[in-house]
Ligand binder design. Structure first.
Ligand code: ATP
Ligand code: MG
Length: 418
């Protein structure tokens, strides 16, 4: 029997759905709830195979409830039911983790087919959605965030150059990988002057240019061979080694490449160029998190504001935007409150200036989150990790990063040798 939970605030809708499903021999309605919070409680106690979730409900709505369910009761697939058939709703529903989207009014046949499809897929996946953690593989009890069927994309952007995008991207990716044990890919989309390869002292000779050349044949094996090995199992797609090759990377290439990567990873962190390009906008469109990095100087705040305005005009929802102020304690013309007032956006995170610590980490080509997880900079990056993966516990990263990281290497100007 497929056990179904119905979550809808309108009693007559709940009853109609129940009646429709009562005729099916293989489906049983095990519970009903009238809002998102109740639905989560019911899912927890009843362990249904499929949850039918309305979107518009008072209190916690269906999208929020679906997001919360993904964290609190994983492996409980949700079918969203809504009168809103617009693209935006559909996208939000899918981002929240819903498996199907039914536009009201729908027929009994459509509903039943949808429930069976979702349940069948769940059975086929079997152990696919499994819990992994940094401890997995060495016998320790793993209890970490679940793998995703499609990776979440996190774009690191800034209105001004040199504010710390690449540094933050490298550290965020490394921290996500180390603290969650999930599959993380760092993509350098600063296509002309990408720094990620240098920051990690990668010796790999393949870059995004290889993928663009073969964009018609992007199978996972080929993509895997193009990715470099970063520290702690982080995978990296490097930017081309010369600016003119960067010009050949088009927006549709970026989408095709990210589409393949999204199926192979749980998180994709994308470092971007300051100059807005079609490629960057493509990533913004796909991104779950748009991390806007700013600084506390008047020009940086002006440019951050311009970037936020542009994101607004592109209809990037505020929930996707995270404002980070880097070096908040250095040469500050502003403080956090004034910045928030000016930007009309909350600042999620303030990252301190740490010239010594960062300098050493760049010299060793090892992200500071790995070489010194106790540093304030690393702890702040950890906060960003927990915004992205709320299930990650504790302030200090798992394991002994100093020991687990690759041996210290001298900073080398890799590109000059090619
Ligand atoms: N919090 C910090 N403490 C100390 N140094 C920092 C900090 N943030 C950034 N830096 C330094 O500032 C410089 C610029 O950083 P980074 O290259 O990450 O900026 P960017 O925004 O990627 O620049 P670009 O626009 O050129 O891509 C680097 O040398 C980096 O080490
Ligand atoms: Mg950069």
């Amino acid at each position: 029997m497929i056990k179904v939970l119905i979550v809808d605030d309108i009693a007559s809708t709940r009853e109609n759905l129940q009646k429709l499903l009562a005729f099916e021999d293989d489906i049983e309605v095990v519970g009903m709830a009238s809002d998102g919070r109740e639905g989560i409680e019911a899912a927890r106690t009843l362990s249904p195979h499929v949850v039918l979730m309305d979107v518009n409900m008072p209190g916690m709505d269906g999208i929020q409830a679906t997001e919360a369910l993904a964290l609190e009761v994983p492996h409980c697939p949700v079918v969203i039911m809504s009168v809103q058939g617009e693209r935006d709703y559909l996208r939000r529903a899918m981002q929240s983790g819903a498996r199907e989207f039914l536009v009201k009014p729908f027929s009994g046949d459509e509903l039943i087919a949808s429930i069976r499809r979702v349940h069948d897929l769940e059975l086929k996946k079997g152990t696919y959605v499994r819990v992994v953690s940094a401890a997995e593989g060495n016998g320790a009890a793993p209890a970490g965030p679940a793998r995703r069927s499609v990776a979440a994309v996190h774009a690191i952007m800034a209105g001004k150059g040199g504010v710390g995008k690449s540094l933050l991207a490298v550290n965020l990716a490394a921290a996500l990988r180390q603290q969650t044990g999930l599959r993380v890919c760092l993509v350098d989309l600063d296509l002309q002057f990408g720094d990620v390869g240098v920051l990690l002292n990668l010796q790999h000779t393949k870059t995004i240019a290889e993928l663009v050349e073969n964009v018609g044949a992007l199978d996972p094996e080929f993509v895997n061979a193009v990715l470099a090995e970063g520290p702690e199992g982080l995978r990296v797609l490097q930017a081309p080694f010369s600016p003119e090759l960067g010009d050949l990377v088009r927006a549709d290439h970026v989408r095709a490449i990210l589409d393949v990567l999204r199926r192979e990873f749980d998180h994709i962190v994308v470092d971007t160029a300051t100059q807005l390009s079609e490629a960057t906008l493509e990533v913004v469109d796909m991104a779950d998190t748009v991390c806007v990095v700013g600084a506390l100087t008047i020009p940086a705040i002006k440019d951050t504001k311009l970037l936020l305005k542009m994101l607004e005009s592109l209809r990037v929802e505020q929930e996707r935007i995270v404002v980070v102020v880097n070096r908040h304690d250095a040469h500050a013309d502003y403080n956090r409150a004034r910045v928030e007032e000016h930007l009309r956006m909350p600042v999620l995170l303030e990252v301190p200036s740490d010239p010594r610590g960062i300098g050493t980490s760049i010299h060793r080509a090892l992200p500071i989150v790995l070489s010194n997880p106790e540093a304030e900079f690393s702890r702040r990056v950890g906060e960003l990790v927990r915004r992205i993966e709320p299930g990650v516990a504790g302030a200090a990263p798992v394991g002994d990063a100093k020991r687990a990281g690759p041996p210290a290497r001298r900073f080398g100007f890799r590109r000059e040798g090619r």
